[in-house]
Design a protein around this ligand. Structure first.
Ligand code: CAA
Length: 262
């Protein structure tokens, strides 16, 4: 896969495959222009269909995961133009719609749309130099790709209001303390740590990992009793898979399971 704004690399072993997508517009701190988000949606579509890939890592550079939507593209926007070409809904949300596990490995700035894209991933591993923020208010707008919703669900009302209304940045340790990121590691360990997690996930049963992700995400969309009902039904359904038999047999036989994604 050759893209202008992304570097896509695959690491495939017999235990499972991981694909790393690196956002690559260094001169604009990976600002999310239409070309980049179109390419990203295209890459994710292809990865979803690639049976060899069990987990994806989305990352940027040491200086910036992404500094937000490309302001040069937005500045002369009109309501009808934005409405007709709903790029956030059509392309950006491809990250949230992606069905396989996807981890954001964030170093440097994750601002505006950069923070929103990171939050669309299943979890965030941050380098100790990461800075998160929703600074759109400084531009006379507000977050438009899920920031007011996903940030609030991740960190609660008070901090989400603080971030969206003041536009301030949050450092990695604060992001970790409030639950926005799952782990913080030194910058030079970011990719190794994230790859280790991704390989662990890619080595599991693919359909079981996807259903697990679906169940966790359902908790954001439904009541507790409906969510628990959905979880239980999925859990029961897993007993129709060969991978459930293999996983439990391997435990009983004190050996490593060999999942077949069946
Ligand atoms: N869009 C377009 N270009 C951007 C950009 C963005 N979001 N962020 C940075 N750049 C460009 C700069 O214009 C600059 O380009 P030139 O060298 O050609 O002038 C280059 O990237 C480097 O940036 P800086 O010189 O500003 O670097 P810095 O280290 O001094 O500052 C920064 C870094 C604090 C991140 C600063 O660049 C900044 O504030 N960027 C904008 C952040 C922002 O407001 N993001 C929200 C965008 S709106 C949005 O995302 C809406 C939504 O909800 C989807």
């Amino acid at each position: 896969m050759a893209y202008n704004t992304l570097e896509v690399t695959k690491d495939i072993t017999k235990d499972g495959g991981v694909c790393t997508i690196k956002l690559n517009r260094p001169n604009a701190l990976n600002a999310l222009c239409a070309e980049l988000t179109t390419e990203l949606a295209d890459a994710l579509g292809k990865l979803e269909a690639d049976d060899k890939i069990g987990c994806v890592i989305l990352t940027g550079s040491d200086k910036a995961f992404a500094a937000g939507a490309d302001i040069t593209e937005l500045k002369d926007g009109t309501f009808l133009g934005m409405y007709d070409h709903d790029v956030f809904g059509l392309y950006w949300e491809a990250v949230a719609r992606f069905r396989k596990p996807i981890i954001a490995a964030v170093a440097g700035y994750a601002l505006g749309g950069g923070c929103e894209i990171a939050m669309m991933c299943d979890f965030i591993i941050a380098a100790d130099n990461a800075k998160f923020g929703q600074p759109e208010i400084n531009l006379g707008v507000m977050p438009g790709a899920g920031g007011t919703q996903r940030l609030t669900k991740a960190v609660g009302k008070s901090k989400a209001m603080d971030m969206c209304l003041t536009g301030r940045m949050m450092k990695a340790d604060e992001a970790h303390a409030c639950g926005l990121v799952s782990r913080v590691v030194p910058l030079d360990e970011l990719m190794e740590t994230t790859m280790e997690a991704a390989k662990k996930i890619a080595g599991q049963s693919g359909p079981i990992a996807m259903m697990t992700k679906e169940a966790v995400n359902t908790s954001f969309e439904t009541t507790l009793s409906q969510g628990i009902h959905f979880e239980r039904r999925l859990f029961q359904a897993m007993f129709s898979t060969e991978d459930q038999k293999e996983g439990m047999a391997a435990f009983a036989e004190k050996r490593k399971p060999h999942f077949k994604n069946k």
